[in-house]
Design a protein around this ligand. Sequence first.
Ligand code: NDP
Length: 286
Amino acid sequence: MTTGQVLDGRAIAAAVRAEVAVDAARFLDQHGRQPGLEVVLVGEDPASQVYVRNKERAAGQAGIRGAVHRLPASTSQSDLLGLLARLNADDTVDGILVQLPVPEGLDELVTTDAIDPAKDVDGLHPMNAGALVAGRPGLQPCTPRGCMRLLRETGIELTGKRAIVIGRSNLVGKPIGLMLLAANCTVTMAHSRTVDLEDRVRESDVVVAAVGRPRMIEGGWVKDGAVVIDVGINRLEDGTLCGDVDYEGALARASWVTPVPRGVGPMTIAMLLQNTVDAAFARASR
Ligand code: NDP
């Protein structure tokens, strides 16, 4: 039995944001302007409004020029594409993000495909997804990138480790699997049709849960000394949040566990800022 350490996403995200602020200041110094991030919010989804406000505030604190385009839910696809074309053509814009989900009537894939891949700070454009598959440079999705940074902070060597990713979404599970593969892990991708999940978790040195089912990974399944990254965010009936992993149970066996909240969540915005600054430098060097 080991007693795990808490992998504190809030503290690590603060460190990332401080690094980004240094890079953003260097970009300003070299290029005479701040890196620019434009967030497009269509409709009035309350959760999306909170996320967008947080992104705008975090950008400002890191020395990134953040702007938000708030469009009505009735916005047509062609109007949205027109805005994205203008932002693509604007040389002072380094990062473009359309807050998902978009309202009914708008096509998510048509929308994200219209963003210049060099400005696609969510890493969702097929060009960037393909670059990740091929191991080529590109912008990578923020939450998976945040998970990899958290793993790096443990100091544990990933090469040769058995890793399991539970969940295979394009946004989270699949890119994390590819990043772990690139870090020389032997990767198992589990999903809703996996028949032997418990056995596969029991043999894994790294467990990444990205499902959206409260505490479905039992603490007793976790291998002694494993690292557990819990991406899931689930709101319980009493209003509190919990992850996909039984946190207390996992902490009794693992070497490191991310809490929910204050684990992966804060890393996502920090990596969005990092992607914006990376995009700014990459575009400036073309
Ligand atoms: P999706 O709903 O797109 O994907 C969920 C995945 O879980 C699917 O691949 C699904 O399998 C799999 N799954 C469902 N049930 C089971 C099961 N019983 N056993 C094994 N696998 C199962 O979710 P996302 O990837 O977008 O998000 C996952 C979680 O992460 C959510 O809780 C979300 O809120 C959270 N999240 C957190 C972020 C953060 O910043 N911390 C950012 C983004 C997401 P199948 O493909 O077979 O259907």
